[in-house]
Design a binder for this molecule. Structure first.
Ligand code: ZN
Length: 1023
């Protein structure tokens, strides 16, 4: 060595070369990566991971193949999986976790048999572990629990089928706040031993860091309590590694340079950095185990760049000996935490809302892209129906089937999909996938109904086959079969299918072109019906949106809505016939509604409602609308109003604008209250409506059905004007005089209701910076407020944001159109438009919410049972009369159950699906929480023999929620945890195991039970 180099190294303080004997030249170093847990030391669990969004700035397929790379960089999930697998094969001590099955499935089907075999070995020996394991890492605010169960089941069953593995850990690292249903249902009930994530309120995090309470035992359900608790770990900062330890190709962290023949030898420095970062984290963590999440968004494009550094750190850090570093997984980490025998703090309720900054509450996304959110809810219900009908017909693997719809609905549960925080072209990609899935499911539904209408003794008889059409755009009065059949003088058959396990009385509405019609039931008995006008706004929407979505011009002939009551058996259908009143002497059964307008000089109050419920409108400013139920004798003022928040543009001291994620209002504007707007009153025997135009872009129809004790509000909002340079977030409020003491309740993914107190958090002393945005919560099913005597409840038809900023009031955010990006990565403004060839305009949405006021204690029954009916609307299928006379099909009513049987009113059938292996997946859900309703918050039971009437059950196996393991095995290996201040936990009640003799399933409040059911064939339908 030349003297000048020697001096230079000495100057740098490097004595490495000096200590080497001349004969040992630096060469290959065999890094010792075998480390396991060392008792008594700080153990740094290095968890290599990648966070791969199943669509966000790019579509899922673009991310997978690495296309469209002009958008934010070179990310390609194929590269990740290819390079991770080869890096794992290089060293058996290396580990990796993979989360998103949508990507993994894409990759897996392209692999050679040899590669598949190797990957199976990696999974078997624990080097590659699937955690979370759903198709995507789902959103927790704007998603419905039934969708979450379905998307998780799809991923888990893939993992089980291909790898015979059962994921043990929930890994929701990126979603923007965390729900109670995630913890107890999509966590504990899946058999997960732990749940990890990053994003909680910045104030909450600060306190937890101080108190060492980032790791807790979370009991998300007050009904199921400790029986569905889960160990939950919140990362100290985010889900990437500590600063200075990110080793993606384009990152700046200094790699370990340990070749003494090169410059910048830095082993000691890097080991010191590692130990310092580990000690800092150990200081905020209980036990001597800490986890480093070694990865981040789309990392491991070239996996060796990470593994090389981790190999070296494990080697040198463990030689140093101050702390112990090891390759690990969240499962190993969880086991280590469990073995530490620590007592953990208990967490109840949830982690909403999420703020990462004083002015940045991520509560805007509860409403962002409301049309997409509505579409998902509609299709989710359709998917449930389609699977039921597929079961009754018998699954045909050649199709059509529900697989494509299942896949599309799973993808859109992703936390940048249904949340509305993806780019516009990505939102369009999700919607396209759903619509393609729908088209196939629609064929299945039509063929299943046609099959069920055939006489079973002559199943092959072709001449009585009925073809069905359905109307997915019925909400905007577009329904070609009902519009054209009658206009051509033909009769129309309507099959009405009820996916719920109890009989339903409801009113259906279909667009028709003739106002003199006769409706008959399957016994040829005339059914009362009513003709209502289609509003001008609906007609305009129909023309524009049919053109935009279908590329065709909608018929202008349907001038009327025809409404009539239907009665449908559980899990079955009824059939109705509509014909034009004959020219001769036949009287139409349809009663034409009267329409009247109020005007400025009107002074008399207007009352609507033919049944128990009445709304009284008093003309004149300041006089509120009254709500009166003659049965419950509830009489109270209830005023509906609309307004908007102007979205902050981020030009004040804080550059935080309102955007796709963040709601940061600037000012509040009231548009109009319903006592200030003119009324158009539509009266009739079945439905009464008040139409109001609140301004040029907001209108509403308040609708009361004779047989229903709630009001239905159909709102039409848009295009929201932005030509004044102001983004707007549109709200609707119901204001009453209830003294609600700053308290309100919102649901968790459509499941448990959680108590919210304005400007208050259970877990820390809240510093209020955003008194509006910081009080918003996700609403999927509904919300309610109560005082000593009454409760006001609202149910929604899609997920929205909701709050109660003033006592007695419920506020829902229904639509948002913004003109600034909120700097959380999407890089696009939330400005949705709809385009036809001639023009684009801001998106108009039409949706519904429902409200009702009950005596205190009486609202749960409506929220739960009617809530389930709103989630699962009746399915309508139409068939035209063929030829002159109506050839009635021989089977006009159907129920899949024992005709004398009905599920209890507190139990819903949430899955009935024939699997590829011909087993049937069955899920039953108790809809009530403990203490919610005197009669319904009780143990209830379902008789499987009657549910599967006419089929002989051969076996019933209770499974975990995602049906990937037997329930008893899951319970047996569940980890036990100790909690702080543990007094004896009351034993939570659950249904007893199913006795094969009586086959009765018991369900305790909030319990969901999942079964695989086998049948002896042939079935009753010998096809
Ligand atoms: Zn993400």
């Amino acid at each position: 060595m030349e003297r000048r180099w020697f001096l230079f190294l000495a100057f740098l303080g490097c004595s490495c070369l000096l200590s080497l004997p001349q004969s040992v030249l630096p060469s290959y170093i065999a890094y010792n990566t075998t480390a396991g847990i060392v008792p008594g030391k700080i153990n740094v669990h290095l968890v290599p991971h990648t966070h791969d969004d199943v669509g966000w700035l790019k579509t899922v397929d673009q991310y997978f193949v690495g296309a469209n790379n002009s958008i934010r960089g070179l990310v390609c999930v194929q590269n990740v999986l290819d390079s991770v697998v080869s890096a794992l094969l290089d060293d058996p001590n290396r580990k990796f976790i993979y989360v998103e099955m949508a990507f993994f499935q894409r990759w897996w089907r392209q692999q050679s048999p040899v590669k598949m075999k190797r990957v199976k070995e990696l999974v078997k020996n624990g080097q590659l572990e699937f955690i979370n394991g759903g198709m995507c890492m789902h959103d927790e605010a704007t998603s419905h629990y039934i969708d979450l169960i379905d998307q998780t089941t799809l991923g888990h069953r893939f993992i089980k089928d291909v790898f015979n593995q059962v994921p043990r850990v929930g890994w929701q690292i990126d979603p923007f706040g965390h729900s109670a249903a995630q913890a107890y249902l999509l966590g504990a009930e899946l058999g997960f031993d732990s749940l990890f994530f990053a994003r909680i309120d910045y104030q909450d995090r600060a306190k937890r860091l101080k108190d060492k309470t980032l790791e807790v035992i979370w009991r998300g359900s007050k009904s199921l309590g400790a029986s569905s608790q889960i160990f939950t770990g919140i990362f100290p900062k985010h889900y990437d590694p500590p600063d200075g330890f990110v080793f993606e190709l384009n990152d700046v962290a200094p790699p370990i340079q340990d070749d003494i023949l090169m410059f910048d030898y830095n082993v000691k420095q890097r080991v010191d950095d590692f130990v310092a970062a580990a000690m800092a984290q150990a200081n905020v963590t209980r036990t001597n185990h800490i986890m480093w999440t070694m990865g981040s968004d789309f990392k491991y494009q070239y996996a060796v760049s990470w593994f090389r550094q981790m190999d070296k750190f494990i080697h040198y850090v463990n030689m140093d000996g101050r702390v112990n570093a090891l390759y690990s997984t969240p499962s190993m980490y969880t086991d280590a935490k469990n073995a530490a025998n620590e007592q953990w703090p208990v967490k109840t309720d949830d982690f909403f809302p999420y703020a990462d900054h004083p002015n940045a509450y991520w509560t805007g996304y509860f409403t962002s892209r409301p049309a997409l959110k509505g579409y998902v809810r509609f299709m989710s219900a359709y998917y449930m129906v389609a699977r039921q009908l597929e079961f009754y017909k018998g699954r045909n693997s050649a199709g059509p089937n529900t697989d494509a719809l299942a896949d599309a609905l799973a993808l859109i549960q992703h936390h940048d999909a249904i949340s509305g925080t993806e780019r516009r072209h990505v939102a369009a990609d999700y919607a396209l996938r759903i619509s393609l899935g729908y088209l196939e499911a629609e064929k299945l539904v039509a063929s299943a109904l046609s099959f069920l209408l055939k006489p079973k003794e002559e199943p092959k008889s072709p001449d009585i086959s009925v073809t069905f059409e359905q109307c997915p755009l019925l909400n905007i009065s577009h329904c070609p079969p009902s519009e054209t059949a009658l206009s051509q003088g033909k009769s129309l058959m309507v099959v009405v299918y009820n996916p719920l396990g109890w009989e339903r009385e409801d009113v259906i509405r279909i667009p028709v072109s003739n106002n003199k019609v006769v409706v008959r039931d399957s016994g040829e008995k005339e059914v009362e019906s009513q003709i209502l006008p289609v509003s001008t706004i609906s007609s305009r929407l129909k023309q524009l949106y049919v053109k935009a979505y279908l590329g065709i011009s909608a018929s202008e002939s349907s001038m009327y809505w025809l409404a009539f009551p239907v009665s449908v058996p559980p899990l079955g259908f009824g059939t109705y016939f509509i014909s034009i009143a004959s020219k001769t002497d036949e009287e139409p059964s349809s009663i034409i509604s009267t329409v009247s307008n109020s005007n400025e000089n009107a002074s008399d109050p207007v009352e609507i409602g033919q049944g128990n419920l009445k709304l009284l409108y008093h003309p004149g400013v300041g006089k509120r609308t009254q709500y009166f139920n003659s049965q419950t004798m509830v009489k109270v003022d209830a005023m509906l109003s609309y307004g908007y928040y102007s979205g902050n543009d981020g030009t004040d001291k804080d550059p935080q604008a309102s955007g796709a994620y963040v709601f940061r209002p600037n000012n509040t504007y009231t548009i109009k209250t319903d006592d200030q707007a003119y009324l158009t009153v539509v009266r009739g025997p079945i439905i009464e409506e008040v139409h109001q135009q609140l301004n040029s872009w907001i209108s509403q129809i308040t609708r009361i059905y004779r047989g229903k004790d709630h009001a239905e509000v159909e709102y039409t909002i848009g295009p929201i004007p932005i030509d004044d340079g102001i983004g707007k977030e549109v709200i609707s409020k119901i204001t009453t005089s209830l003294k609600t003491n700053a308290t309100f309740y919102t649901d968790s993914n459509g499941r448990d209701f959680i108590k919210r107190i304005r400007n208050y958090r259970n877990d820390w002393e809240l510093e209020v910076n955003q008194p509006i945005a910081g009080n918003y919560y996700p609403v999927n099913l509904g919300m309610f407020v109560e005082d000593d005597t009454m409760e006001l409840s609202v149910l929604v038809d899609r997920s929205v944001g909701g709050t109660s900023l003033i006592d007695g009031q419920i506020e829902l955010m229904l639509h948002r159109r913004l003109i600034h990006d909120d700097l959380r990565g999407v890089g696009e403004v939330l400005n949705e438009t709809v385009c036809v060839p001639e023009k684009c305009e801001g998106l108009t949405i039409q949706g519904k919410y429902y409200f009702r006021i009950d005596p205190k204690g009486g609202g749960a029954r409506w929220r739960r049972t009617v809530g389930q009916e709103i989630y699962s609307p009746l399915l309508l299928a139409f068939s035209e009369q063929d030829g002159d006379g109506w050839l009635a099909p021989p089977v006009m009513n159907f129920t899949g159950m024992d005709p004398s049987y009905s599920l209890p009113g507190n139990i819903a059938l949430i899955t009935l699906q024939e699997l590829k292996n011909s087993k049937v997946l069955l899920r039953l859900a108790h809809l009530y929480e403990v203490e919610e309703d005197k009669e319904y918050s009780t143990m209830s039971s379902v008789e499987l023999k009657k549910l599967f009437f006419g089929r002989k059950i051969s076996e019933v196996t209770e499974m975990s929620l995602s049906a990937n393991q037997e329930r008893y095995a899951m319970e047996k290996r569940k980890l036990k945890w100790k909690v702080e201040g543990a007094s004896d936990e009351p034993e939570m009640k659950r249904g007893r195991p199913v006795d094969p003799a009586d086959m009765v399933v018991e369900l305790a409040p909030m319990e969901i039970r999942t079964f695989l059911v086998g049948f002896h064939y042939p079935q009753i339908y010998d096809f």
